[in-house]
Design a protein. Structure first.
Length: 364
């Protein structure tokens, strides 16, 4: 009886795996081409939920997110969800980001991945973006003095990834999007899907592709869109209900490759590069490198290029291209392979004083 239950369980898992592969293939093919109208700078700023484009993890952002093909473990939630399938047992990350330092925008992120069965991994990620207190102003009181409001954005990620073989990894990620601005809010849902392919004599050649932020349009609603006013010449009031226009999500298609150079047992150098096709801004080319010393110390750097990035007049982003970071990792339990790591990254910006991320990572 137990053998029969185990057999049925395996059949169900195989069916789920086939559905995931089908979703990845179909999603890559049938997404309306208009959504992937790449490199159109004239559409910059027309998408909503732009926080979906933010990578809050310090390790992967330290080389500009160049590791679409190389990302492993929990950080794949915001890079390539297929990478979460490399989680060995349990991984947790707590991360804090000073977004465009000086703007008083802070991002706090928590994530967890857990291996289930021999090849599957489930993941959970929560990102909260806070903008601080902003003075309320009106036409009559342009200087404020009547209180503050505090916008907040939150994204919840729920993922499943699987190792289909020793070379092929795939996964899907469902994102729940929430934006609250005073008495107005918007909610939505988006989907990511990704694949990684590993080959080479030492599994040192990797390729990856991911489709991110595919979903229906969003719109704002709430009491903040209503206007209550007195009818001219009368003592009665009327309420005018306004409707917010729908906005699309910032869909991306990213593909990349990486190569690991091993120099003995203590040293590794990885070179990686991505091409990112954006729906609502310029396409991007990202290159990066990561050096590892015996799994205890990692140094990394990257550069993200797009049209006009070297010109203040033509640049459509606050980021100027360069990024850098490091990781210090110490063993907790050598027998189990448990580690504790501190990650840091810096992304250069103009204006503001860069974007700084720091995180604590635990592998159990």
């Amino acid at each position: 009886m137990n053998m029969e239950k185990q057999h049925n369980k395996l059949l169900i898992m195989n069916k789920i795996s086939k559905y995931i592969v089908a979703t990845l293939i179909i999603g890559s093919v049938i997404v309306p081409f208009s959504q992937l109208k790449a490199g159109n700078k004239d559409r910059t700023g027309q998408a909503g939920a732009s926080e979906l484009l933010i990578n809050p993890w310090a390790r992967s952002s330290g080389w500009g997110g160049a590791n679409i093909a190389h990302v492993k473990g929990l950080e794949g939630l915001y890079g390539n969800v297929a990478g979460t399938a490399h989680t060995k047992a349990t991984e947790l990350i707590f991360s804090h980001t000073q977004w465009l330092k000086g703007s008083e925008v802070d991002i706090n992120t928590f994530g967890l991945t857990q291996k289930v069965g021999s090849t599957g991994v489930i993941g959970l990620g929560i990102m909260s973006m806070n903008f601080g207190d902003i003075p309320i102003t009106t036409e009559a009181l342009p200087e404020g003095g009547i209180g503050n409001f505090s916008p907040s954005y939150m994204n919840i990620n729920i993922s499943y990834a699987k190792a289909f073989s020793s070379s092929i990894y795939g996964g899907i990620n469902i994102k729940i999007v929430s934006e609250v601005i005073s008495d107005v809010s918007a909610q939505g849902i988006a989907l990511d899907a990704g694949i990684q392919y590993v080959t080479g004599p030492m599994e040192n050649i990797r390729f990856g592709i991911t489709l991110r932020n595919v979903g229906p349009t969003m719109s704002f609603s709430g009491d903040g869109l209503s206007i209550r006013s007195l009818l001219p010449g009368q003592e009665s009031y009327f309420t005018l209900e306004q409707r917010s226009a729908d906005f699309e999500l910032p869909t991306q298609l990213a593909m990349g490759a990486s190569y690991d150079f091993y120099m003995g047992e203590m040293h590794r150098l990885t070179l990686a590069g991505n091409f990112i096709s954006n729906s609502f801004t310029n396409d991007q080319f990202v290159v990066g490198a990561e050096y590892e010393l015996k799994s205890y110390l990692m140094l990394r750097g990257g550069y993200s290029y797009e049209d006009g990035i070297t010109s203040t007049a033509d640049r459509t982003t606050a980021f100027t291209g360069p990024s850098a970071g490091f990781t210090v990792s110490v063993p907790i339990n050598k027998e189990k392979g448990s580690t504790l790591a501190i990650d840091y990254s810096y992304r250069d910006t103009d204006p503001f004083s860069g974007t700084h991320s720091i995180g604590a990572r635990i592998n159990l």
